[in-house]
Unconditional design. Structure first.
Length: 135
């Protein structure tokens, strides 16, 4: 068994209201699995399990809403994947390209900045359960 970091994307869908913006969270979850394909399947299962509206109590900006599983963006194998992750274990990474040192500074400070993402991860060739159609 190996440790993987799954990037699970969840979207907020407002109930009964047309949306022009779609809030998205990328939840990074540790998965212990025998292969990358099994880790991907477990991540999809986890994402579907996270869907819902907390028994009708979930609100986004004061509006009734629900979490919708949008998909698994990527799976990365943890460094020392055969050992249980601990303090200091690198579990995942993202690679970006920015246009200047100033843009890097703004990015680090959490300010808006344009960037190019370099996700060079091959997704496993597995058959996925269809995801609910997004409105």
């Amino acid at each position: 068994m190996s440790w993987y970091a799954a990037h699970i994307v969840m979207m907020v869908q407002l109930k009964g209201k047309r949306q022009s913006r779609f809030p998205v969270w990328e939840n990074i979850v540790l998965i212990n699995a025998a292969s990358e394909e099994k880790a991907f399947a477990k991540a999809e299962e986890r994402g579907r399990w996270e869907e819902g509206d907390d028994d009708g109590t979930f609100l986004w900006g004061g509006q009734p809403a629900t979490w919708v599983f949008a998909g698994v963006r990527k799976i990365t194998m943890c460094v020392d994947s055969d050992k249980r992750p601990g303090d200091g274990t690198e579990v995942t990474f993202n690679e970006f390209e920015l246009i200047s040192k100033e843009a890097v500074r703004r990015f680090v400070n959490g300010d808006p900045v344009a960037l190019k993402s370099h996700d060079r991860f091959d997704q496993p060739e597995v058959h996925h359960t269809p995801i609910k159609k997004l409105a």
